[in-house]
Write a protein that binds this ligand. Sequence first.
Ligand SMILES: [Zn+2]
Length: 107
Amino acid sequence: MTENEKKNKELAEWLGICWHEPIDMRNVMVGAPIPICSKCNHNVIDAHRFNTDFTSDSGKVQLLRLMPEDFFGVDQYGRIVLTVDYITDKTGKLRDACLEWMRREKG
Ligand SMILES: [Zn+2]
């Protein structure tokens, strides 16, 4: 697993999003029914392909929707404040900031 995947996995698990490991097909019996993940409904053979990459545009939107409000700054009008850098960046700045915050919160 790459460093990037490790970070995505840690955050996904904390946010309660599925994270699937690739399955070794040699351990799957021929003809056996393919198990379905009860959380996301993907069959578990393909599910790892749908793991969230929090550095992608869709992954960043997911973070904006799922991170607790405390993570974000709030302005004098109670509106959520977020640096544009976090959205335009493609290297995982938002993901890493979320991860750092989450690790601090977990203690
Ligand atoms: Zn799942």
